[in-house]
Design a protein. Structure first.
Length: 285
């Protein structure tokens, strides 16, 4: 996983660090013009963005490195994988994701009446805080309008740091408008399949079954999860119904056109409220 690449544009050639490029600049300037930094290797590279770990470059789909290159590898025919050019960077803090996953799991165990009571309590709390929030927002606007340029920039940076909304969906509620966006999905585990650099958990809610895929980008981010997915079957066998909660990108399958979800980090999903390494450790005793 190289962290530097050579940007080529005409006669211009500049070394680029993976962590110095944001998604906007990559798409507008660098995409398709980044190459392996090894001498005499012309393999193109794509950039993989990660929310809480360093970014890295990956070999462009179907490009090959020179056989003398440090990053040379043999391609395996019909290998199942993910086009990581489209890997999304979920701009969410680790604390935000952990909290959201725990809340989603707790909610999955509630009755409809308990969920409605929780909604009403939150609405009441928001109403109590609305006046205070309006005062704070007005103060920020005044500062932005009247302060010096550096103060305006500081406020803009603060606003960008705020976590985006993360919508929860039972898998039977996923729809076209969710495609291409991060969603926290909830459902019951049906089955698990694990291969080299690939795993799939099928998840059900109501009458809908959705595939949750863990592909090449996932194992690049979370190599310690290799060989752990078979424990989910054992855990399900001992526990009965187990709940899956996970944060990933909703997309359409290129094979059958059905909605599926891709997860890119081992920190982004729980099984019955537990991380997979914890389940593996539990079953090993």
């Amino acid at each position: 996983m190289p962290i530097d690449a050579v940007y080529r544009d005409g006669n211009k050639s500049v070394t680029v660090d993976a962590n110095d490029v944001d998604s906007k600049t990559y798409l507008e300037k660098y995409k398709g013009k980044l190459f392996c930094s090894t001498d005499n290797c012309n393999a193109r590279l794509s950039l993989v963005f990660r929310a809480s770990r360093p970014n890295f470059f990956k070999t462009w789909r179907n490009d090959n490195h020179n056989e003398d290159c440090l990053h040379y590898f043999d391609r395996v025919a019909d290998r199942t994988g993910v086009n990581v050019e489209n890997v999304i960077s979920l701009a969410l803090s680790e604390a935000h994701k952990r909290r959201a996953l725990k809340e989603a799991y707790a909610q999955s165990k509630m009755t409809e009446e308990q969920i409605e009571e929780q909604k009403q309590r939150r609405k009441s709390k928001r109403r109590k805080n609305s006046v205070t929030n309006r005062k704070r927002n007005n103060s920020r606007v005044d500062i932005a309008l009247n302060s010096q340029e550096e103060d305006t920039q500081e406020i803009e940076q603060f606003q960008r740091r705020k976590s985006p909304s993360l919508y929860k969906r039972n898998v039977d509620n996923l729809k076209d408008s969710d495609i291409g966006k991060p969603r926290l999905i909830i459902g019951q585990v049906v089955d698990t399949v694990e291969k080299e650099d690939f795993a799939r958990i099928t998840v059900k809610h109501g009458n809908k079954i959705v595939s949750v895929n863990f592909e090449e980008a996932f194992f690049a981010n979370s190599a310690n999860f290799k060989g752990l997915f078979h424990h989910i079957k054992k855990f399900k066998g001992s526990q009965g119904n187990i709940t899956f909660t996970g944060i990933g990108e909703v997309r359409r399958s290129k094979k059958d056109g059905e909605i599926e979800v891709a997860i890119y980090s081992g920190d982004d999903f729980y099984i019955e409220g537990k991380r997979l390494p914890s389940i593996a450790a539990l079953l090993s005793h």
